[in-house]
Design a protein around this ligand. Structure first.
Ligand code: CP3
Length: 346
């Protein structure tokens, strides 16, 4: 049952169409904000920064102090899971993530019990944020989807993912073993996040693109279904947003067969596709982060067309992928004001 104090995001995830959509941005806690860059400069190592509850809570809260976003997303990273499972992970400055040699699936499976203790600081971050966040704003926890995380584990860095996709053809059983380990580890990690204060969970499948239909079933849909089933076994009842970025037409199958509360749509989603999915689920997205960075009248026009196409159904206003670091803060203000009707002093 919804009341006025139920956060707008939760009402939308419950299937309500609202007077205006809730709004938050993927990667809102990050480098586009000067105060983030200043805070980030106090710790060289990115993983140490993620695992520092005081700093991570501050990074989580920075965007919601500046803008009337309807949610805060916990500051963490999808690659904390492989690290907790015993694979080496580090970040090269200016280049991105690097991972050490991929352990055997049995070796990773043996470390599953280590995941929640190794990531308890993320729980501490969530509790700190929940204590400070206004009740009308929701707190989002997240994990990378098994396939997306596995692509980084196999390739050792951000690449074209052809090695990972090849392994899915040449060693399907082995890939399935890895995905099963990641399903279990992610379920336990997400349960811990909910206990610590997360009211919504998002599964980031950043690399659903380029998959044939059989691979999409085996690498994206099945692991998501297993993860949802496992969360339910573990007593987790909060709404889950699934974001199969790059799924294209396969997003329709995803929406039909994966029992998420909401489907995140990327920049390529058509308005018609969004409306069709909305008959079954809440949708989220799909403003192009490059248009947000570009700004101007085209940005206003696209915001208006997304809202006029999707605003009559359950819709969460968001980007189609993460915010780009050199996005002007004034463009974020322009969109947030247009969507919320509130004026932002930032
Ligand atoms: O959304 C948020 O504001 C919460 C924080 C968050 C981060 N990473 C912080 C971060 C979230 C939700 C993520 C998810 C994440 N991490 C994804 C899925 C979403 C997506 O963008 O596709 C992926 C693929 C990663 C892995 C990752 N982390 C990469 C490839 C990189 C390097 C590229 C880059 O953006 O720099 C990171 C580093 C990272 N994660 C940064 C931040 C703020 C930048 C590092 C820094 O501040 O020094």
């Amino acid at each position: 049952m919804s009341t006025q104090t139920t956060p707008r995001l939760l009402r939308s995830l419950g299937g309500e169409a609202l007077d205006r959509p809730p709004i938050w941005f993927m990667r809102q806690a990050g480098r586009f904000l000067p105060e983030y860059r200043a805070l980030r400069a106090t710790t060289t190592d990115f993983i140490s920064f993620c695992l520092n509850p005081e700093k991570a809570a501050e990074a989580t809260l920075q965007p919601v102090r500046r803008f009337p976003f309807d949610a805060a997303i916990v500051f963490a990273d999808i690659l904390l899971i492989p690290r907790a499972l015993g694979q080496e992970v580090w970040f090269e400055v200016g280049e991105g993530p690097r991972l050490g040699l991929l352990p055997e699936p049995e070796g990773l499976a043996a470390q599953i019990g280590n995941v929640v203790p190794a990531l308890s600081n993320v729980g501490e971050t969530l509790s700190r944020v929940r204590a400070e966040l206004e009740p009308e704003r929701a707190l989002i926890g997240f994990a990378g989807a098994p396939w997306t995380v596995l692509t980084y584990m196999i390739e050792g860095r951000s690449t074209d993912r052809s090695a990972a996709r090849s392994m899915a053809y040449t060693q399907p059983e082995r890939v399935k073993q890895y995905l099963d380990v990641l399903v279990e580890a992610s379920a336990l990690y997400m349960q811990m996040q909910v206990k610590a204060g997360a009211q919504v969970l998002q599964i980031f499948e950043s690399w659903a693109e380029g998959l044939s239909e059989p691979l999409f079933e085996a690498l994206v849909m099945e692991p998501h279904q297993k993860l949802l089933a496992r969360l339910s076994d573990l007593g987790v009842t909060v709404p889950v947003i699934g974001f199969p970025r790059g799924a294209g037409a396969l997003a329709d199958r995803y929406a039909a067969e994966v029992n998420v509360a909401a489907v995140g749509l990327d920049t390529q989603a058509t308005l018609q596709q969004g409306c069709a999915i909305q008959t079954k689920r809440t949708i989220q997205g799909a403003l192009d982060p490059l248009l947000l960075r570009a700004g101007g009248r085209a940005l206003d026009e696209r915001v208006d067309s997304l809202i006029s196409a999707w605003g009559r159904g359950p819709y969460i206003f968001n980007l189609g992928h993460g915010i780009i670091p050199d996005t002007p803060v004034s463009h974020v203000k322009q969109v947030v004001e247009r969507v919320t009707g509130e004026s932002v002093s930032a």
